[in-house]
Design a protein around this ligand. Structure first.
Ligand SMILES: [Zn+2]
Length: 203
């Protein structure tokens, strides 16, 4: 048996409180394969899993007692599950592309900051941004807890495997962190932005 741990930061989606200390799940694994399973997960998938474990174990926000607490900055032992520089490097070395949208509160409104691989062409952009829109549309309401404070934001990042030879595109949500914004705010903002590229998103 080998001892491993998954550690992470938390922020309450209900009251936006954070804990100063990192939380930890200890794991006993039979083999290196067991722990590698976690290391290979995206932050989004591991976030869902750890939040499920916390629900099962009855963990709640220490300040407002809500069970709706986001986990992020996940590490398996010393390995960072999400590392933007590692993803950029992966894109430079292979046929992966990145697309990300950051929604930031800005006074009364929301500012959308898009970024991604320079190789993304119009066709791929339209397809993938539409996939992101659909993903947000279909995401659970628990991720979208509006508050009127100037705190919080939404960050979504997609990794795209562009198989030019077989003209196939595979997409995977890498990161989805969201606090303090309603689903409507995020969707309206994204669809307004996408209209200029003639991406007609579903309603
Ligand atoms: Zn709370």
């Amino acid at each position: 048996m080998e001892y491993h741990e998954i550690s992470f930061d938390t922020v309450c989606r209900n009251c936006l409180s954070t804990l100063e200390i990192r939380s930890v799940y200890s794991l006993m694994c039979d083999s290196e394969n067991d722990i590698n399973r976690y290391k290979e997960m995206t932050e989004y998938d591991l976030m869902i899993l750890i939040e499920k474990w916390r629900d099962r174990d009855g963990h709640k926000c220490e300040f407002c007692n809500s069970s709706n607490v986001m986990v992020y900055n996940l590490k398996v032992d010393d390995y960072e599950i999400y590392n933007v520089n590692r993803n950029i490097q992966k894109c430079e070395e292979s046929n992966f592309l990145m697309l990300q949208f950051r929604f930031q509160k800005n006074g009364n409104g929301i500012e959308l900051i898009p970024s991604g691989s320079p190789e993304i062409n119009g066709l791929i952009f339209r397809y993938c941004s539409n996939e992101i829109y659909k993903f947000l549309l279909n995401s659970s309401g628990k991720y979208f807890k509006y508050n009127s404070l100037d705190v919080g934001g939404t960050h979504i990042e997609m990794m795209i495997k562009n198989d030019v030879k077989n003209s196939e595109i595979e997409t995977k949500i890498e990161v989805f962190r969201s606090t303090g914004m309603s689903k409507e705010q995020v969707l309206v903002n994204l669809s307004d932005y996408l209209k200029q590229f003639r991406v007609f998103v579903p309603f």
